[in-house]
Design a protein around this ligand. Structure first.
Ligand SMILES: Nc1nc2c(ncn2[C@@H]2O[C@H](COP(=O)(O)OP(=O)(O)OP(=O)(O)O)[C@@H](O)[C@H]2O)c(=O)[nH]1
Ligand SMILES: [Mg+2]
Length: 1030
């Protein structure tokens, strides 16, 4: 049975920008094929898949959920996904479990920011897409376009979507959002990006191929050109195949010659319209007009009914409501569910076909370099991989499934009977007894073998490695599958077993899986590759119970929420607050509601949003060469001394090139692996006997190259291409510096660098310099491991020798000082951003060598351990160095896409201006009264943005926010008027209003309980410049 069975299964998801009609479309498919769970009359109105109260209230989908449909002997698992940016992690979930995607685009609004995002998600997960152009009715009745205008518009959308996909194919875009964003400097340059892609391969979406359909989900009709080709084949006396080709693009039908002709043959003056317009759109338009215009005779309707031999009950035709008549006719003439589902079966792959090419994404190939020990394990893991590749659904095959999210359902919602009608005792299986009312189910897809309820299975986390025994303990668990359910939206239908290629909900894994995991019947299996999320949870609030006695309930609630929502992050801040991080305002609101009503059930106090900032410096002039020289030179530094006077710390600081900062920030995960030595091990294995590499090119090599590229681009852009000499000098200096990377910070992987002091400059004799060693450089491969061992200086005397050893032992104190300083800058204790430090710590021998034991004991008592003193001195010197070099606050920025009718542009710009937004593009949407505006909006200004926008534009403006980048706020927070002009403008300084930077800093300081006001400034002046000769 197995194989045959599988060919009749399709796993598909519906993806689109928010409000383009996904859930409405799903309604019609459910009404037609959902086994009666939804009455056709309600289709499009009920929004069956939006079963959460909050979803119905806001009329947007917030989670992905699945439903099993039956269509012509096929079983189709349909997953509806949310289009709102805040819930885009649910799109990743949906995509992983599906093999094909219906990508919807609103024919009026066209391609939007989330359309890019979902196309990318489908591409990453190797889904086969089909294009659904929805809301065709709006072109007729709302925009009142002529058929010809409508055709041009549709043509444009199809073209645009094809361009996006072909860009992913040719990997010209690195990231979807980049295509629109292209960073703060290059946004304009990339706008034409779409056009630049050459047409060297076939378009993905072609109506004539049958993978594009035109629908109106609201009224329940839709068609592909195939439907019309079949109908006209006999009438026009042409073959269906020829007509299909002719029904899209510049093809015309010459009635006299009974021939399909191209543009040229048509002749200039001819009144022929493209076949798609003449034979497809015009009849549609006529039906709509005759139904909706009251005076129009109903001739056209009758003609259609007769032509297509539809049986529309007379009762429906006589309905006074012309919309109902229209719906009655259209949904019989061009039934939506048939159009969509026949396309799904024709164009989208069954699980066997799909898994054979999705395998490289699901389980990337690992190669054995040489087979010795562990080869049996490896061989079995490879066998499992093969079974996944072929979607082997025989009971003998290893059972493998991927859980892409956990979701909570109230216990009372679970079916009371098992697959055979037996009564099930639904007792809580959760974490302890605490959530007796909620039960966690895993949303999963079986990729190989058969899952049976009651089966024991291994749960592998993403870090599990069958070849490394040591990962077993932490990353492998054993669990029992208590029950398996087929999902019908909210409804659950118990089943005894589920075969490979199907989607299922599993009960019994609540304690074992937090968010996602791989299930396998054998230990010798690779975990599936992790899901890719497009944004990270950015909006943070601190939460506490209104009544302190409810703390326990709150903590339990937070734990449950963390499980139930794949995307929230729950942490405890350094000040002991419980911090909840969500993707955006809508998401946050739902989380709080869930917490209050379901998970914690106590009343809560929610803090205003905690916005994260970074701190950096303005840096010197634009001349990188000068900066580098100052940085590596000796003159400009901040100096501190330890209280016992034995150690003097000098710190020099420079701003890193922006491109490098960005790169360090993005690559923190891989940098972490490299620095902690994990990645290194893989490569060592390569050289030794058993080892494997992933398919990617060597990541270390790639990272090194990206670092060089980032530096090069900065050097060239700052110096201008022509100044070869300067460029070379700069490059040379950087090459030297890259050999001296001692540490990254904060937290070992942040975007700040600590360089080792320059040996050539060091003083011989006393005081002795803490040398430092280029750990990170050698890990990154910028210096050769063998030569990085420092040559021990020849000590001129024994004391020096002892002092030298002490200096070496202080290295870790210097690094710690640097880490602490970079984790909390001087402005408001926020992490530093894009800074480079050189720390020189000189130690001299104790001032009083006589009566040694006594004095040193006293010193320890007075100032603490020497190592601690050094650390503190380094930290303070680093922070002081930042203050001295024009410190600046760095803000997180959203990229914001707004759509607004022309009459509300003014109101919208008003809101943008009040919130310090920077507009980068304004464009009128062709053929519609809407404007699309792109802007950058500081995260700190984004709260209540949507509400304010609604208020000022009568609710007609929609806005979507995506986290984009970090950007320094170029205002001087300590600005005091100095020049005459400034004094004239701002007064003498006593009454200067605080600027934005200062206000933001003060707000953070107040929140953190740091002294606000004069304190900060005092600090700044005190440390102004300490440069002097040593
Ligand atoms: N005129 C018209 N309106 C439609 C059509 N399809 C959907 N709509 C309307 O568009 C709005 C959004 O529909 P939904 O189905 O909720 O959209 P969605 O894509 O599921 O939205 P999210 O899940 O929140 O991303 C609703 O008001 C629908 O009635 C259509 O074909 N024509
Ligand atoms: Mg929806």
């Amino acid at each position: 049975m197995g194989d045959f069975d599988c060919k009749k299964v399709r796993n598909i998801c519906i993806l689109a920008h928010v409000d383009h009609g996904k859930t409405t479309l799903a309604d019609h498919l459910i009404a037609a094929c959902g086994g009666g769970v939804l009455h056709p009359k309600q289709a499009g109105k009920l929004r069956f898949m939006d079963y959460l109260d909050e979803e119905q209230r806001r009329a947007i989908t917030m989670k992905s959920s699945s439903i099993a449909l039956q269509y012509k002997e096929h079983s189709i698992n349909l997953i509806d996904s949310p289009g709102h940016m805040d819930f885009c992690s649910e799109v990743s979930t949906a995509a992983r479990l599906s093999d094909g995607a219906l990508v919807l685009v609103d024919a009026v609004e066209g391609v939007h920011i989330q359309t890019h995002a979902v196309l990318r998600q489908a591409w990453v997960e190797k889904l086969t897409p089909c294009l659904v152009l929805n809301k065709i009715d709006r072109l007729i009745s709302e925009l009142r376009l002529t058929p010809m205008e409508a055709y041009t518009r549709l043509l444009k959308i199809v073209h645009e979507v094809n361009n996006i996909v072909s860009a992913y194919k040719s990997e010209k875009y690195l990231s979807d959002v980049d295509s629109i964003l292209a960073g703060p400097s290059g946004e304009m340059a990339n706008e034409t990006g779409n056009e630049q892609i050459e047409d060297d391969e076939e378009d993905t979406f072609q109506p004539q191929k049958g993978n594009v359909v035109f629908v109106c989900a609201l009224d329940g009709w839709g068609f592909g050109v195939g439907e019309f080709a079949e109908f006209y084949a006999s009438k026009l006396g042409a073959s269906t195949a020829a007509l299909k080709k002719g029904f899209w693009g510049p093809w015309y039908y010459d009635r006299k010659a009974k021939k399909i002709v191209g543009k040229k043959a048509k002749g200039e003056g001819s009144r022929l319209r493209p076949m798609f317009v003449q034979y497809v759109l015009e009849p549609l338009w006529q039906v709509y007009q005759s139904a909706l215009e009251p005076d129009d005779d109903k001739g056209m309707l009758e003609k259609v009914i007769k032509n297509f031999s539809l049986s529309v009950p007379a009762r429906e035709l006589q309905n006074k409501d012309s919309k109902a008549v229209l719906q009655g006719v259209m949904s019989r003439w061009l039934p939506l569910s048939d159009t969509i589902l026949s396309m799904v079966i024709r164009c989208l792959p069954d699980p066997t076909a799909a898994q054979s090419f999705r395998i490289s994404r699901l389980l990337p190939k690992r190669e054995v370099v040489d087979q010795v020990a562990g080869s049996e394990v490896f061989a079995e893991a490879e066998f499992v991989r093969k079974c996944v590749e072929t979607c082997d659904s025989s009971p003998e095959a290893p059972a493998v499934a991927f859980v892409s999210k956990m979701f909570a359902v109230p216990l009372k919602m679970l079916p009371q009977r098992g697959p055979n009608g037996e009564i099930i005792n639904n007792v809580s299986d959760g974490v302890g007894n605490e959530e007796s009312e909620e039960c966690f189910l895993a949303f999963a897809r079986v990729f190989s073998g058969v899952l049976t309820s009651g089966q024991k299975i291994f749960v592998l986390s993403a870090l599990y490695d069958p070849l490394k025994v040591e990962t077993t303990q932490k990353h492998l668990q054993e669990a029992e599958l208590q029950s398996l359910y087929l999902m019908m939206g909210q409804g659950l239908r118990p089943v005894a077993s589920v075969k490979a290629g199907n989607v299922v909900a599993i009960r019994g894994l609540g304690q074992h899986i937090l968010k996602s995991a791989t299930l396998s019947s054998t230990k010798n299996c690779w975990p599936f590759s992790s899901l890719m999320f497009q944004v990270s949870p950015m909006l943070k609030v601190a939460i506490e119970p209104s009544d302190p006695a409810d703390m326990g309930a709150l903590m339990r609630g937070l734990r449950l929420l963390n499980r139930a929502d794949p995307f929230v992050e729950v942490t405890v801040s350094s000040r002991g607050e419980h911090v909840l991080a969500a993707a955006g305002e809508v998401h946050l609101e739902r989380c709080i509601k869930d917490l209050k009503e379901r998970f914690a059930k106590v009343s809560l106090e929610v803090s205003p949003p905690l916005v994260s900032y970074k701190e950096t410096i303005e840096g010197e002039g634009p001349n990188p060469l000068e900066n580098l020289k100052i940085f590596t030179g000796t003159a400009d530094y901040v100096e501190k001394m330890t209280p016992n006077g034995r150690c003097t710390v000098r710190v020099r600081i420079m701003k890193l090139p922006t491109a490098l900062t960005k790169l360090l920030n993005e690559s923190s995960a891989i940098l972490g692996e490299i620095i902690s030595g994990k990645l290194g091990q893989t490569y060592k294995k390569l050289e030794s006997q058993i080892g494997y590499v992933t398919e990617d090119e060597e990541p270390l090599e790639a990272l090194r190259k990206r670092i060089m590229d980032a530096l090069d681009s900065d050097i060239v852009s700052a110096n201008g291409e022509n100044d070869k000499d300067k460029i070379d000098k700069c490059k040379h200096l950087w090459e030297q510096l890259l050999k001296r990377i001692w540490a990254l910070g904060p937290g070992q992987v942040g975007p700040n660098l600590l360089f080792t002091p320059d040996y050539r400059e060091r003083n011989m004799g006393s005081p002795v310099l803490v040398p430092g060693s280029p750990h990170v450089s050698s890990k990154l491969g910028f210096v050769d491991n063998s030569t990085s061992n420092r040559t021990v200086e020849e000590a001129s005397s024994e004391t020096n020798q002892a002092l030298y050893s002490e200096a070496v032992s202080l290295e870790s104190s210097v690094v710690s000082g640097f880490q602490i300083a970079t984790s909390a800058g001087p402005l408001c204790d926020e992490p530093m951003w894009g800074l480079a430090f050189i720390v020189e710590a000189y130690i001299s021998s104790s001032a009083a060598p006589a009566s040694e034991s006594e004095t040193s004991q006293q010193l320890v008592e007075q100032y603490g351990m020497f190592t601690g003193q050094v650390m503190t001195a380094v930290k303070e010197a680093c922070r002081a160095a930042v203050l001295q070099k024009k410190p600046r606050l760095v803000e997180a920025m959203y990229f914001c896409e707004l759509n607004t009718p022309a009459e509300h542009l003014g109101g919208m710009y008003g809101v943008l201006a009040r919130r310090r937004a920077r507009v980068v593009k304004e464009e009128m949407q062709e053929g519609s009264p809407l404007f699309t505006v792109h802007a950058y909006l500081p995260v700190s200004e984004s709260f209540g943005f949507a509400d304010e926008l609604r208020k000022w534009t009568s609710g007609s403006t929609s806005a979507l926010l995506v986290l984009s980048h970090w950007e320094p706020l170029m205002e001087d927070p300590f600005f005091v008027p100095k020049t005459e002009e400034e004094i004239e403008e701002f007064g003498d300084g006593s009454s200067v209003p605080r600027n934005t930077a200062r206000k933001l800093i003060d707000a953070v300081r107040r929140r953190k309980g740091l002294p606000v006001e004069e304190k900060v400034v005092q600090h700044a002046t005190k440390q102004r410049t300490l440069a002097r000769k040593f």
